[in-house]
Write a protein that binds this ligand. Structure first.
Ligand SMILES: [Cu+2]
Length: 347
């Protein structure tokens, strides 16, 4: 068991009463099927899940990440289903179908599950340089007819203004992407600085399914917001293990002795589920394919790899070949125990 997984077991043991209370008051739905979202710069709901999923009821979130706090209070399913913010049958008529003020919720799609994403406020913004690469993670490997990437016009203040189509400038429309786990495109924001919203429309290729994704950025920003570790005085401080900083996955300095080796690291967890990453490292010789079995896992979806048999991930087309000692990663969502071990075999 990794250090993080071990910490997580401790963490899971502590707030059982809290979890039980949450179960009675909210319907927490695991992702029903695999879809995707922009993961860098993180979409609003993916960012909230990434930063807080493992302690989504921590009172300090209200001060440190107030928009995420509000979003979790409104409907945590907006975070658990971070990859499900889409509409079907729009036929490319995005501006006609999505009303102003509802761009970040896909026009209140899924019964308004994502409505909190539309709220103006101090969403945590990622510091980005003027040239950077946007990454969309497609856990379902739907492919993309195109990505349409917009940015809010200079002077638009996402902390106070509701987002409408007239606030956006089209940065670029990409061509098609073959089905893969991630789609990337370079963005050039030269001449811009400060807060902005990157608005991405992902037109999936398997059917007419369009995703509407708001990511907050701070162009040219270098300072990280200083978290205020204030615990609400009405709450008894809980000795929550510190897990905000991901523990770096130990990287072998020498290739493993086998043909390949795998480690598994559990990331965010929530009622009934968790996210995890496997790291695959080639042995002393280059390999052309790998297959990782995560013992103890019940995997509901995987990305950067193909799921089979409930707990086995086989490399995707683009990350199977590894030089001697080289590493790659794949991610998955699982349910049940987080006491996991991973084994690697050639594929
Ligand atoms: Cu999908």
């Amino acid at each position: 068991m990794s250090i993080r997984a071990h910490l997580r077991k401790i963490a899971l043991a502590l707030p059982l009463a809290v979890v039980a209370a949450a179960l009675t008051t909210s319907l927490v739905a695991a992702p029903a099927s695999a879809h995707g979202s922009v993961t860098d710069p993180p979409s609003r709901n993916w960012g909230c899940l990434d930063r807080w999923g493992d302690r989504h009821q921590a009172p300090e979130m209200a001060q440190q990440d107030p928009m995420c706090w509000a979003a979790f209070q409104d409907n945590p399913a907006a975070m658990w289903n971070w990859n499900g913010l889409f509409r079907e049958g729009v036929a490319g008529r995005h501006e006609q179908v999505i009303p102003n003020g509802q761009l970040c919720s896909g026009g209140l799609t899924e019964g308004g599950r994502y409505r909190s994403m539309d709220t103006p406020g101090n969403w945590t913004a990622k510091n980005v340089p003027t040239n950077f690469t946007l990454t969309l993670t497609d856990g379902a490997q739907h492919g993309a007819d195109y990505l349409k990437v917009y940015i809010t016009k200079p002077g638009f203040d996402p902390t106070t203004q509701s987002l409408g189509w007239g606030d956006l400038t089209l940065l670029k429309e990409t061509g098609r992407y073959a089905s893969a786990g991630q789609y990337q495109t370079d963005l050039n924001l030269s001449g811009r600085s400060g807060r902005a919203v990157i608005y991405t429309i992902w037109q999936a290729s398997h059917l007419d399914q369009s995703y509407y994704i708001c990511s907050d950025v701070n162009i040219g920003g270098t300072t990280t917001p200083t978290p205020t570790p204030t615990v609400s005085p009405t709450v008894t401080p809980t000795p929550t293990p510190t897990m905000t900083t991901p523990t770096p996955t130990p990287t072998p300095t020498t290739p493993p002795t086998g043909a390949c080796a795998a480690t598994v690291t559990v990331g965010n967890s929530w009622n009934g589920g968790y996210q995890a990453q496997v790291t695959v490292t080639a042995g002393a010789s280059a390999i052309t394919g790998w297959k990782v079995t995560v013992n103890g896992a019940t995997i509901t979806q995987a990305w950067n790899g193909t799921l089979s048999g409930g707990n086995t991930i086989t490399n995707a087309s683009w990350n199977g070949s590894l030089g001697a000692g080289a590493s790659t990663t794949a991610g998955f969502l699982g349910t049940g125990s987080t006491n996991l071990t991973a084994t690697c075999a050639l594929a």
